[in-house]
Structure formats: C-alpha cells, structure tokens
Design a binder for this molecule. Structure first.
Ligand SMILES: C[S@@+](CC[C@H](N)C(=O)[O-])C[C@H]1O[C@@H](n2cnc3c(N)ncnc32)[C@H](O)[C@@H]1O
Length: 258
C-alpha cells in the first residue's frame, strides 16, 4: 500500500474556500475535500466540533492524526488565538512524510495563518515548537507504531488520515483500539468519515457516535467513550439490525500491506 518512491509526487489543488491543498499520487487522493475547502473543513469538522465541548478546559492535549499540511494544528492555534482562550495546548502529531514537513515553510497557506508563519517555519525545520501557551510535536514515523508508545492521555483526537479506501490501516478495529487506549474517558474524536465500516470499528471499541452537520459542508462524525446529551446520537444497535452485513475493517484484511 505505502510507496516511498511515489511519496514525493504531489500537485497543488485549489479548494472550494480558496485555500490550497495537495493531491497525493501515492494515495490517489487530495489531503482535504476540494469541495468543502481545506481551511473550512479543518475548522468545522475538527476544531470547532471539539472545542464546542472542550473550550472550558484549562489544558488540552490533542492527537492530530496525521500532520500532513498541518491545517488541523494550525486551525487550532488560529481559533484559540482568535477567541483569546487562555487554554494551554499540547499537540502531538504523527506523520511519516518527512519531506512534506520540510517543505511546509514554502507552502502557500490561507491569510488566516499569516501570523502563524514563525510557528510553521519552526515546525518545518525542527518538527517542534513551544511557547508559553502552545507545545507542538510532530513525530516522524508510522502512526500505527508511534501511537501505542505515546504516554500522554488525550482530550481531543483529530482522526484525519486519507480515506478508508486509500489508507485502511488507519481505520481498522485494531487501530481504533490503540486510539481508545490513549484517550481520556471524556475525550472526543472528530472525523470526516461516516462510512459504515468506520462506525462499526469505533462502536466495537466502546465509542458512542454522534452525527454532526453544517451548512454547505458534508456531514461528519464525533466519537467519544462518554455520552454527550447535547449531540445527535447514532444508535448503532439499531443500525446493526437494519444493516446486519456492516463490518468493521480488520488488520487481517490488509495483511502484507506495509
Ligand atoms: C489526509 S492527509 C492529513 C491532512 C492533515 N490533517 C492536514 O490538515 O493537513 C494524511 C496524511 O497522513 C500521512 N500518513 C499516511 N499514512 C501514515 C502512517 N501510517 N503514519 C504516519 N503518517 C501517515 C500522509 O503522509 C499524509 O500527510
């Protein structure tokens, strides 16, 4: 599945909100939805969805899977600064494409990230940034190997790999078991995928699932070990009765993939 030879081959794509993303030849997919827009998608589906439930916390530890162009991390910083939140933020983000991270200092980001340029440069150069409020670590390597070794326990997980069809090992039941282990009991996971096999993988690991939606953007999902009464709960027992053939993705299906 993974092909390091092809990893360097990418093309810039303009998305629906005027922010740029890339197309990956290795995965045959863009890094963001070109219709929803890279910045819009990142803010709506990940940052605002999570902060709506977590904005009162004094400290937040966030797992951003995977760093890519860093939109989710940068949109988090943009949002926290814009809202003048005093929350201490620690972001850990696995990413196996070192060349991509090194290239980010010259990537053309939207105007909203202009003041974040020194942070982008530090991350691109050192995979690390720290000031009084923010600490960001990009961990270079395979997320499947890195995540089980992380000692931190997370409040928020941005589950944003390429799609299950193109990067299934980051959506299996076994993968979600590792994610569950590094999440706190009241943590939230945000993801753009609402596919039946993804829901099953999360449900089988004890997650409660919730549907989220917005204007001019495709619906997305939030998952949490705990119940959130304010959200639109997805009744998976009922879904299973209606669709008994729905199955989670399993590592064994992709045996031999590296
Ligand atoms: C859809 S992009 C992430 C977009 C990113 N969240 C953003 O906002 O820009 C998926 C990223 O996952 C990385 N990736 C794919 N499989 C990986 C793995 N097993 N371990 C670490 N990184 C991986 C790719 O190199 C790519 O940068």
């Amino acid at each position: 599945m993974y092909d390091e030879e092809l990893r360097r081959e990418k093309q810039t794509v303009m998305t629906g909100d005027g922010s740029r993303t890339l197309y990956s030849v290795e995965f045959g997919e863009t890094y963001h939805s070109d219709k929803d827009g890279a910045l819009h998608e990142s803010l709506q589906k990940h940052v605002l969805s999570a902060f709506r439930l977590k904005h009162r916390e004094k400290r937040l530890t966030i797992l951003d899977i995977c760093f890519g162009l860093g939109y989710n991390t940068l949109a988090t910083l943009y949002y926290v600064k814009k809202e003048q939140l005093s929350t201490q933020i620690h972001i850990i983000s696995p990413e196996f494409d070192r060349g991509l991270v090194e290239s980010l200092s010259s990537f053309v980001y939207p105007e909203e990230f202009a003041t974040l340029k020194p942070i982008i440069d530090a991350l691109s150069r050192e995979c690390y940034y720290e000031d009084k409020q923010f600490k960001i670590e990009i961990l270079i390597g395979d997320a499947r190997k890195i995540i089980p070794q992380i000692k931190e326990r997370f409040d928020i997980v941005y589950q944003d790999p390429f799609s299950p069809a193109h990067n299934p090992l980051l959506w299996t039941k076994e993968y979600f078991a590792h994610i569950r282990e590094v999440m706190k009991e009241d943590a939230v996971l945000t993801t753009y995928s609402i596919a039946a096999d993804v829901r099953m993988g999360l449900h089988e690991n004890g997650f409660h699932l919730f549907m989220l939606s917005g204007e001019k953007i495709r619906s997305w999902m939030l998952a949490s070990p705990q119940m959130w009464e304010s959200l639109d709960f997805i009744n998976m027992e009922l879904k299973k009765k209606r669709n008994p053939d729905a199955k989670s993705l399993r590592d064994i299906m992709f045996k031999g993939y590296k």
